[in-house]
Design a protein around this ligand. Sequence first.
Ligand code: HEM
Length: 136
Amino acid sequence: MKKTLILLILVLAGCASTHSSIYQQMGGQEKVVEVVENFITEIEYDSRMFEYFKDSDVDRFHQKLIEHLCYLTGGPCKYTGDEMRQVHAGMNINEADFNHGVDLFINAMEKANISHPIQNKILAVLAPTRKDIIYL
Ligand code: HEM
């Protein structure tokens, strides 16, 4: 009986971990905020990327990017910003600049000590947004 109970607990624990969101696996809101703040610092110190952001409202970008990352990774947030297509339209972001942005985002995750398997899961949910960001 005791063995069955332990087995049941192990099975349920296994289920819980496979069904947990990327948001939970990366460490929840605290980590989302850390990654976004690291990313903003990366952009600030990168002249190529900063060029795009020089007229942007940093507080708004900070808040909307937190909501966006939380929402995309399955966290309990509602994204209240503008649609990706609308936001990036007119910027004419090319593939190289997009990839460079992704590199800075990877630096931000690295500095937040996100493990590589989780980094890959986060990148996989960001990847489909590419078509709504480049060459617009
Ligand atoms: C996976 C890639 C990206 C994602 C998920 C993303 C997401 C976002 C989000 C959520 C916002 C805020 C929207 C709002 O204010 O309502 C934003 C704004 C912005 N993004 Fe991106 N972005 C990406 C790539 C890029 C790249 C590569 C560039 C430039 C090279 C860029 C330039 C900007 C700029 C300049 C703004 C601010 C717009 C403004 O001030 O009105 N983004 N982005």
